[in-house]
Design a binder for this molecule. Structure first.
Ligand code: FES
Length: 586
C-alpha cells in the first residue's frame, strides 16, 4: 500500500495494483459527430498523433486536468510546477494526462467581484469535462471561488474526479511581526484609517503581506474550502494545508495524479462520495475551524448540484455540538503553515471522530473511518489544534439567523464577533448602496455613534453580485476615537479573512424588496444570538406604508453574461447558484 507523508502524517492510498472494474474509454470517449463514427475515431487518433503520442500512450486511460492557472491569478503562479508533478503521477500509474485551461478567478483582479463569475467557471468546467474525452478529471484550483466552481462543475458532469489545491502562502514579516494575507492586510489598513500607521509604513507593509505563491495564509475562504473538501472526501487526506511552496505540495500533486488513474479504472464517481452525510462532515469541519462564511454559500451550491439540501437550520443544529478547535486567524493567532505543521485536517478529524459519519466514501477508495484507522500517527500540536476537551469554544463558529429582517436567513461568524454585541439593540445608520457608503462613511457630518448599527443594502446577488463588502469599515471619525467593532449588517458577503460583529447574506436581498429595503435611518434593529434572530423593530402598518414607496426591481442588462446572471441567480440560501444549474431529478 502506498502512502503520502504530509508533515507528520502518513496517509494510506488505495492500492495501486487493484484490478480495474471499469473499462476505460480513453480517447474514444464522446466522439465528434461527423455522422460516421469510424471516421471520427480515425480523425481524432490522427490529430492526437500530431502531438507526438504513440499508439501505446493513446490507449491509456485519459486523465483530464482542469488547470486554472492565469497571469491574473497570483495565488496560482506555481501551477506549472504543480502540473509537472501531477502529470508525473498520472504517467507513473499508467494514465495519459491531458490538461486543459479553464476560466481562472483571481480574487483581487476581478470586477465587480469574483462571485459574479463562479457559476460561469463552473459551467466552463462542467462543459469541458463533458465535451472532451477523459476517464477521470483532476481539478486544480485554490483561490477562493475556483475550488467551489470546479467541484460544482465536476459534480454536474458526473465523471470520476479528484481535487488538488495549490496550498496556502507562507507568511511574511514586517519589523519582527508575522504578516499573512489577508487578515493582516485589513488590520493594518484599519490602523492606517485610524491614523496609527503612516502612508510610508503602509507602502512597506504592502510588499510583505503576500510574499509567496499560494492562497491567503489564514483560514480565509480558500483555506476553508480546501479543509472542507478534504473532509468531504474529494481530496487526498492530509493535503489541504500543505503550503504552496513546500516539497510535500509537489508530492501531493504526484499522488493525486496516481489516484486519478485509480479512480478512472474503478469508475468511482463523485456522487458516491458527496452525500448528505459527507456534507454534514464538511459542515462539522467548517464549524470546528471557524471557517469562512463564504464556505456555507459554496457548500450549499456544491451540494445543490446533487440535490442535497444545506440550510442555516442544519448549520445551527450542528453548531450546538461542534466545538471550535482551530486557533487560526482571522479569529485566532496562527496561520495555515502552522496548521500544516500541527497535523493538518487529519488531526482535526481525529478530534471530531465521534461526531463524524465514518462510513462516507473518499477518493482513496476507502471510507473516512478506514483512512483514519490506517494512520497510526496521532500526534498534533495542541497550541494550534485544541484537544476536544479543551476547545476554544464549546459551540461552532458560524450561526444562521432568522427574523423579521431576514425571513429566509442570514449568517454571522460568532467566533469573530464581539461578545458584548451578541445581544444588542441599536439605531440603524443606513447606506443605500456601495456608492452611498463610499461617499458618506468617512464624512465628519455622518450621524453615527459606536452603539449604532451600520446597515448596507443593495449589495446582494441581484443588485451587485454580492461583493465582499459586508466588512463595513468603522466610520473614520469613530475609528479615530478608538472604536474597533460595531454591529454591521448587509445583504453582501464578507471575505473569509475578515472579522468583527457582522451579519451577512440577509435574504431576500433589498433589491428584491426584502425587509432590508424598508429600513430607515433611526429605526431600531435587534440582534439576539441566543435566539438566533435579527429583527427590525418597526410595526407592520408602517412597513406596509414603506413598501408602497420602494424603487422598482433592477432592470435586466441588455445582453451578455450579465443578463444571464441576473435572470438566473438565486439567493444565498440556495448557494447563489443559477436556477438552471441545480440538480434535476431524472
Ligand atoms: Fe487568492 Fe486570497 S486572493 S486566496
Amino acid at each position: 500500500m502506498s502512502t503520502i507523508r504530509a508533515g507528520n502524517i502518513a496517509t494510506p492510498l488505495a492500492a495501486a495494483g487493484e484490478a480495474p472494474v471499469h473499462v476505460h474509454k480513453g480517447l474514444n470517449d464522446g466522439l465528434t459527430n461527423y455522422g460516421d463514427k469510424a471516421f471520427s475515431r480515425y480523425l481524432r487518433q490522427s490529430f492526437a498523433k500530431s502531438m507526438g503520442y504513440s499508439d501505446e500512450e493513446l490507449s491509456r486511460p485519459v486523465i483530464g486536468i482542469a488547470n486554472s492557472a492565469s497571469g491574473y491569478n497570483n495565488c496560482h503562479r506555481h501551477f506549472p510546477e504543480l502540473m509537472e508533478a501531477l502529470k508525473r503521477g498520472v504517467l507513473s500509474a499508467g494514465g495519459l494526462p491531458m490538461d486543459f485551461p479553464t476560466i481562472s478567478l483571481g480574487e483581487p483582479f476581478l470586477s465587480p467581484t469574483s462571485m459574479k463569475f463562479r457559476n460561469l467557471m463552473s459551467m466552463d468546467v462542467e462543459e469541458m469535462i463533458t465535451a472532451q474525452p477523459m476517464d477521470a478529471v483532476v481539478l486544480v484550483g485554490g483561490c477562493d471561488k475556483t475550488v467551489p466552481a470546479q467541484l460544482m462543475g465536476a459534480l454536474s458532469a458526473g465523471r470520476p474526479a479528484i481535487q488538488l489545491v495549490g496550498g496556502p502562502m507562507m507568511t511574511g514579516n514586517y519589523r519582527g511581526e508575522r504578516l499573512g494575507a489577508c487578515t493582516d492586510c485589513r488590520r493594518y489598513w484599519g490602523k492606517h484609517r485610524a491614523g496609527e500607521v503612516s502612508t510610508e509604513q503602509i507602502a512597506e507593509i504592502e510588499g510583505n503581506l503576500a510574499t509567496t505563491a499560494g492562497t491567503c495564509a489564514v483560514m480565509g475562504t480558500a483555506s476553508t474550502m480546501a479543509c472542507i473538501v478534504e473532509a468531504l472526501g474529494m481530496m487526498l487526506p492530509a493535503t489541504a494545508a500543505i503550503p504552496a511552496v513546500h516539497a510535500n505540495r509537489l508530492r501531493a500533486a504526484e499522488a493525486t495524479g496516481r489516484q486519478a488513474v485509480w479512480l478512472a479504472r474503478q469508475g468511482l464517481k463523485p456522487d458516491h462520495i458527496v452525500t448528505p452525510n459527507s456534507i454534514q462532515n464538511a459542515l462539522r469541519v467548517l464549524l470546528a475551524i471557524s471557517g469562512s462564511t463564504n464556505a456555507l454559500i459554496h457548500l450549499t451550491a456544491i451540494a445543490g448540484r446533487l440535490g442535497i439540501a444545506v440550510t442555516p437550520h442544519m448549520l445551527n443544529a450542528l453548531a450546538d455540538s461542534t466545538p471550535v478547535l482551530v486557533d487560526l486567524k482571522p479569529t485566532g493567532a496562527f496561520y495555515m503553515e502552522d496548521l500544516h505543521a500541527a497535523g493538518g485536517v487529519p488531526a482535526i478529524l481525529r478530534q471530531l471522530k465521534d461526531l463524524l459519519h465514518l462510513d462516507c466514501m473518499t477518493v482513496t477508495g476507502k471510507t473516512l473511518g478506514e483512512v483514519m484507522e490506517a494512520s497510526a500517527d496521532d500526534w498534533f500540536d495542541p497550541a494550534v489544534i485544541r484537544p476536544r476537551n479543551e476547545p476554544l469554544r464549546k459551540d461552532g463558529g458560524l450561526i444562521g439567523l432568522f427574523g423579521t429582517l431576514a425571513p429566509n436567513g442570514a449568517l454571522i461568524k460568532r467566533a469573530a464577533a464581539d461578545e458584548r454585541l451578541f445581544e444588542h439593540t441599536g439605531r440603524a445608520v443606513v447606506f443605500d448602496s456601495l456608492e452611498d457608503m463610499a461617499a458618506r462613511l468617512d464624512s465628519e457630518t455622518l450621524d453615527v455613534e459606536p452603539e449604532d448599527i451600520l446597515v448596507l443594502r443593495n449589495a446582494g446577488p441581484v443588485a451587485a453580485a454580492m461583493p465582499e463588502a459586508g466588512y463595513i469599515p468603522i466610520p473614520a471619525k469613530l475609528a479615530r476615537r478608538g472604536v474597533k467593532d460595531m454591529l454591521r449588517i448587509s445583504d453582501a458577503r464578507m471575505s473569509g479573512t475578515g472579522y468583527g460583529t457582522i451579519v451577512l447574506h440577509i435574504s431576500p436581498e433589498a433589491a428584491l424588496h426584502g425587509p432590508l429595503a424598508l429600513v430607515l435611518n433611526g429605526d431600531q434593529i435587534r440582534l439576539s444570538l441566543s435566539q438566533r434572530r435579527i429583527d427590525l423593530l418597526v410595526d407592520e402598518a408602517e412597513l406596509a406604508r414603506r413598501r408602497t414607496t420602494l424603487p422598482p426591481i433592477p432592470a435586466l442588462p441588455a445582453r451578455g453574461y450579465g443578463r444571464l446572471y441576473q435572470q438566473h441567480i438565486l439567493q444565498a440560501e440556495h448557494g447563489c447558484d443559477f436556477d438552471f444549474l441545480r440538480h434535476v431529478a431524472t
